[in-house]
Design a protein. Structure first.
Ligand SMILES: [Zn+2]
Length: 434
């Protein structure tokens, strides 16, 4: 099902014409209304009228998270405050959060682009959707909430946490769609098991639309099996809009980008050069139709690549591959680049361990040490030393194959590692920052 079929199946020419028109307009608006952009443009020696083709986008300066922090709270808004009807803020782990604003038109656009992604993920007006994202300054819950209502689904604004109650609502209200982070969905499935609830028999779940953190194909397979659903992933970030930038259709082969509103480039994170389709690099996004906070060439630090060919669902909107990591999540261990997602795929491909893990990096005697803690699926294994050792060695050798470095593998009892109701925090880097 499509939400806006005309644009979702539009020709490349139609999309690009729309992008260029909106880009020109956004450049003009930020130059005239946002002092930070006027300075950035002037420093780069560029004027809004220099943008004559989409190719000229690469002449524009980048925007980074610090630009939002430096202008906290409202310094990057391009409209007077009376036009702003909503603000959200990112969950800044240190210091002040980054604040984003929306006009009424922005909110309408947001719910439409997200509605397209919900339809792509299988949602129809017949569905009952449970939003298990936290409602608040975080964009996740509101982004999905209004989109689902726009489609005509029945929305349960459950918010995150209180997992047993979530499951009760799911059963009693016959929830068909679960909205959450993949790590919370996994935790919900575990609590279901403890409560003796079998999703295949006791629930009506059909789809899971997951976002706010990246996950691997192995994690998807686990969630689909445990919850008896088709799981799709969607992508976005508050600085750009919140969820709604891109999302998978049920073919699960990359996330369709809402290209008429968000122009996505992939750059080499070191040189800033734009990379061709298919080459992995850092995702850079321009939100060209936003009124309150138009943002140009925002460096997301997320790593992905573009997939230009037409999808079998009929959508012509370009896709971006699942995020494989963040350039700042990347750990450099003994000079080797390590992404937590690589470790996750090794762990989740083993039957004997649970998809709960922690990664710890230490420096001992000037040498980086990587430790991976993972939960056993069955605690009886703890009594079988030879089996335990075999499993440990197997994981160790699989990790060595993927990462080219040695890791210490620690197998722990079931249900002992931390569970997450929002975004998972699985990496602890104990090395002193230089
Ligand atoms: Zn598709």
């Amino acid at each position: 099902m499509f939400f806006e079929e005309k644009i979702e199946t539009a020709s490349r020419e139609t999309i690009e014409n729309l992008q260029l028109e909106r880009l020109k307009d956004a450049a003009k608006r930020v130059y005239e209304n946002v002092p930070l952009y006027k300075k950035k443009f002037d420093d780069a020696g560029i004027k809004p009228e220099d943008i004559k083709s989409l190719n000229d986008l690469k002449k524009l300066p980048f925007t980074v998270k610090d630009d939002l922090r430096d202008t906290y709270p409202f310094g990057m808004f391009a409209v007077p405050k009376e036009k702003v009807v909503r603000v959200h803020a990112s969950s800044g782990t240190t210091g002040k959060p980054t604040v984003v604003g929306y006009t009424q038109n922005d909110l309408n656009m947001w719910s439409s682009v997200m509605a397209r992604l919900c339809c792509a993920g299988g949602v129809t007006p017949h569905d009952t959707a449970q939003v298990a994202f936290g409602y608040g300054l975080f964009t996740g819950a509101f982004g999905l909430h209004y989109a689902l209502e726009k489609i005509g689904a029945m929305v349960i604004p459950a918010s995150s946490g209180n997992t047993e109650k979530q499951i009760m609502l799911m059963k009693d209200f016959e929830t068909t769609v679960l909205i959450s982070t993949p790590s919370y969905a996994l935790y919900i499935s575990e609590v279901m098991e403890q409560m003796g609830i079998d999703p295949k028999k006791d629930l009506k779940l059909k789809y899971g639309l997951f976002g706010a953190e990246a996950s691997t194909e192995e994690m998807r397979a686990q969630l689909e099996e445990r919850l008896n659903i088709t799981a799709t992933e969607n992508y976005g970030l508050s600085e750009i809009i919140g969820p709604g930038v891109s999302g998978e259709c049920t073919h699960k082969c990359g996330m369709h980008i809402n290209e008429d509103h968000f122009i996505v480039e992939i750059i080499d994170p070191k040189t800033g050069e734009v990379l061709p389709d298919g080459t992995p690099g850092e995702v850079v996004i321009s939100a060209v139709s936003k009124e309150a906070l138009p943002i140009l060439r925002y460096r997301t630090k997320d790593i992905s690549y573009l997939i230009p060919d037409k999808c079998s669902c009929g959508r012509t909107l370009k896709r971006m591959a699942k995020i494989t990591g963040r350039s700042d999540d990347m750990l450099i261990i003994r000079g080797v680049n390590v992404f937590p997602s690589q470790i996750e795929s090794v762990l989740l491909s083993s039957q004997d361990v649970e998809p709960h893990y922690e990664i710890i990096v230490r420096r001992e005697n000037w040498l980086d040490q990587l430790e991976v803690l993972v939960e056993l699926a069955d605690e009886r294994l703890l009594d079988n030393y030879s089996k335990l050792e075999k499993l440990q060695n197997k994981i160790k050798s699989d990790l060595r194959t993927i990462l080219s470095i040695d890791a210490t593998v620690t197998l722990v009892q079931p249900a002992t590692l931390k569970r997450f109701q929002g975004k998972a925090q699985r990496v602890t880097d104990l090395r002193e920052k230089k």
